[in-house]
Design a protein around this ligand. Structure first.
Ligand code: NAP
Length: 320
């Protein structure tokens, strides 16, 4: 089976390429610039041109649309990437003569916050807090309204693993013996390892009868932020980290300043006011029932091992 992947050069894209190849699929990397193809079928694509995309995905059975921006200076730029490219991807998919299937990598951020007692379900109205979540929600709606081929939407929760930059700061903090908590309340969250996410995608691929369905992708467990910090400390061989309980007002100030500096330098920072709003939410928990029932998704309980492997990768690659 031939599978094209957009954003093949990023954290999740690279994991998709590697694991799909290992499992006997024929992945095709769609990239914007030159790329170390290393035995993989690579195509340079002009994402402004639907014909260029259509040509690059010709003869593929599946297109995984994974390219996206998680942080930008402006909402306009966020929309132009996350919605604009999706529009042209859908046009290109609609042009195909074969019965191609589109799988869109969206995000849990489209759902809005939810507690462990009342987790978000796929059927809930989307209530994103951030511009990132809003742009992905628009992209989901666009696919629903305009895609003429079969499609699925996958909404991953925070993804960790080899090559991820977002969890790296927590590993760095844990190495110094600390963890970080905003305010006095520990919040519930979901997690998924990048290879588990690829497994999830494969479960969707293996179920052609779920056309049009969206799914939250998690490891089906609920953690608290403090638990995650403890597990990271354990994974790197440290004892219980000292929790720095930072007052929200201070965090708001720091995130606000970082946001302004990012805008002045035209370099978007992960530490920004939208991230602050997401951190202050009651929690980010998604219900796993639909994925269990329709896809048979039963991930192993392997977070401790996967965090150790992530740490090992950071060390081997000089990131820590
Ligand atoms: N990481 C997470 O925790 C997480 C959680 C939920 C959902 N997601 C979603 O998963 C997808 C991949 O995320 P990631 O963490 O792997 O991010 P990443 O490492 O930043 O990779 C993003 C990819 O998108 C491509 N891209 C960015 N802007 C583009 C543009 N204007 N035109 C074409 N391609 C562009 C990048 O291409 P270049 O390499 O050419 O720059 C890169 O390959 C995103 O859609 C994200 O929303 C991620």
């Amino acid at each position: 089976m031939r599978i094209a992947i957009t954003g093949a050069n990023g954290f999740i894209g690279k994991t998709l390429l590697r694991k799909l190849k290992e499992r006997g699929f024929e992945p095709r990397a769609l990239v914007r610039k030159s790329f170390n193809c290393d035995g993989i079928d690579c195509r340079i694509v002009d994402y402004d041109d639907p014909l260029s995309i259509a040509d690059a995905i010709k003869d593929c059975d599946i297109l995984i649309h994974n390219a996206g921006k998680t942080k930008t200076i402006s909402f306009r730029e966020m929309l132009s990437v996350n919605v604009g490219i999706t529009r042209r991807i859908v046009e290109a998919v609609n042009m195909q003569e074969n019965s191609m299937r589109l799988i869109y990598i969206s995000t849990q951020a489209v759902s809005g916050p939810a507690s462990a007692e009342s987790p978000a379900c796929e059927s809930d109205e989307m209530k994103p807090l951030s511009n990132y979540g809003k742009s992905k929600a628009y992209a989901e709606k666009l696919i629903r309204n305009q895609c003429k081929k079969s499609f699925n939407i996958i909404r991953p929760c925070p993804v960790y693993g080899a090559g991820d930059v977002d969890f790296l700061s927590l590993f760095r903090l844990a190495k110094l013996g600390f963890s970080f908590q905003v305010g006095s309340k520990d919040k519930p969250i979901n997690m998924i390892h990048s290879e588990q996410l690829v497994d999830f995608v494969m479960h969707v691929i293996a179920n052609p009868n779920v056309n049009g369905e969206s799914f939250f992708a998690t490891d089906c467990r609920v953690y608290t932020q403090a638990e995650v910090a403890r597990m990271i400390a354990l994974a790197i061989g440290k004892k219980e980290p000292k929790s720095l309980k930072v007052p929200p007002v201070l965090v708001h100030g720091v995130f606000g300043i970082s946001d302004i500096i990012g805008r002045i330098r035209h370099m978007p920072s992960a530490v920004n006011l939208e991230k602050y709003a997401e951190i202050m939410a009651e929690g980010w928990v998604a219900d796993c029932t639909k994925a269990r029932q329709l896809l048979g998704w039963e991930p192993a309980d392997e977070i401790e091992q996967k965090l150790k492997e992530t740490y090992q990768w950071y060390i081997e690659n000089g990131w820590l």
